[in-house]
Design a protein around this ligand. Structure first.
Ligand SMILES: C[S@@+](CC[C@H](N)C(=O)[O-])C[C@H]1O[C@@H](n2cnc3c(N)ncnc32)[C@H](O)[C@@H]1O
Length: 403
């Protein structure tokens, strides 16, 4: 199988896959290859926060001609995989001398599938490019053709809880990835003082409570496969995941509209009780905790005029130095000029991407006056089981269906 992710998050995803019991886990560019059972495949979709989609390989073939391609696809028993009355779509990527046109590869693959059904059943399944039941991925690289099934469907960053966003909203997968890089497990108070639509605090709450990201999805593509094991998926869905979270997440933004959107998203994800929202200018905000973890994603990119970058990032540096000593702070931005103006030396710099934009995720240790604050965060689950209630109906959590 292959789980895809954003560049820079491969090792985070590798750890997640190991946690769900995957074997032969091998990071590749923007993905992680692994082997496992049907349970591993379902869990990779349901539990992995940094996976964008999960492909299941069904065949790898040496191909040198159009005919080889057609024959290789024709030889797969497609009626084992889907029914004639289901729709399908093909997504091709090519990086090969023999095949340099992805449309052509898709067309040949479609012909082989349709011809096989026609020969066997005198009928053919329909193609639905927009909302297919079965998604087939074909990758041609040098003389190798890889055919796989997309088990996810819509990208897994679409968790299903988001009811609103602003134009600069971060991908949920990226937010979960940076939280994991920063070592977030729910072990202390957490701050996002430029929270926008609340992606980072909501993902932080889901991690802290161990709520799987797939809990809110309406569907996964594997549910339409012929071999779908609904009992197994029901078991995975109903596992007792949630753990107590004894700290608080503080989320603020200068824009009251953003805070309203954030609150709606948190409510929809069932984590409103864990997050305290406020409209506040970071320049004057004082934290309620003596120490904790802070992650911010300040404005950056083309939309910001150059003359706005310098004072904004200078303000961020000043606010961190004056108000957040004792904290571990991380800043995610694409603005090198911005980082320069923070005026603090990062102890780590990690290259990541937000879409096509190269970004950096930088860590600042904000020692308190004595510079002795070097203790690592302790284990969060000190009070496990005590005073802990499962999600109650009044916190507005709505599971997608009864499983
Ligand atoms: C890139 S967006 C954050 C996006 C967010 N991570 C998300 O996923 O929705 C930057 C945010 O910083 C906020 N902001 C700008 N200046 C601020 C300030 N002085 N204090 C607090 N928030 C500020 C903006 O209102 C905007 O929502």
């Amino acid at each position: 199988m292959l789980a895809k992710t954003f560049s820079g998050l491969e090792n985070v995803l590798k750890e997640e896959l190991l946690q769900i019991g995957a074997s032969d886990v091998e990071p590749v560019v923007r993905g992680v290859k692994f082997t496992g059972t049907k349970e591993t495949l379902y869990k990779a979709n349901f539990c992995c926060r940094t996976a964008l989609r999960v492909l299941k390989f069904i065949g790898e073939y040496k191909v040198h001609s159009q005919n080889d391609l057609y024959q290789s696809v024709y030889n797969i028993d497609w009626s084992e995989i889907f029914d004639i009355n289901q729709t399908f779509a093909i997504n091709s990527t090519v990086n090969s001398e023999a095949f340099n046109n992805s449309m052509f590869v898709s067309l040949k693959t479609k012909d082989a599938i349709v011809d096989q059904f026609r020969t066997k059943f005198k009928k053919r399944p329909s193609v639905n490019p927009d909302d297919p039941d079965i998604r087939i991925n074909v990758h041609a690289s040098s003389d190798t053709l890889t055919v796989s099934l997309d088990s996810s469907g819509e990208s897994l960053h679409k968790r299903g809880y988001r009811v609103g966003q602003n134009e600069a909203s971060m991908s949920e997968v990226l937010a979960a990835g940076i939280l994991k890089i920063a070592g977030w497990k729910g072990q202390c108070d957490f701050y996002d003082t430029m929270c926008g639509s609340g992606t980072i605090p909501v993902e932080a709450a889901l991690i802290a409570r161990n709520i799987p990201p797939g809990m809110f999805r309406k569907e996964f593509a594997f549910e339409k496969w012929k071999d779908f094991d609904s009992d197994l998926f029901e078991e995975i869905y109903n596992e007792d995941y949630e753990v107590p979270f004894e700290h608080k997440i503080y989320a603020s933004d200068i824009s009251s509209i953003s805070i309203k959107v954030s609150e709606k998203n948190a409510k929809s994800a069932g984590v409103l009780k864990d997050i305290e929202f406020s409209t506040a200018d970071f320049a004057t905000l004082k934290p309620k905790s003596e120490k904790g973890l802070l992650i911010i994603n300040p404005p950056y990119g083309e939309r910001m005029r150059e003359r706005q970058v310098e004072p904004l990032y200078k303000m961020i540096g000043d606010a961190l130095k004056s108000g957040f000593s004792g904290f571990k702070a991380w800043v995610f931005s694409s603005s090198e000029d911005g980082f320069k103006n923070i005026g603090l030396r990062p102890s780590r710099k990690i290259k990541l991407y937000n879409g096509p934009l190269e970004c950096s995720f930088r860590h600042y240790e904000l020692y308190d006056g004595s510079k002795k604050e070097k203790k690592q965060y302790g284990n969060r689950r000190t009070n496990q089981g005590e005073g802990f209630k499962r999600r109650s109906p009044d916190n507005n959590f709505k599971p997608r269906r009864k499983y």
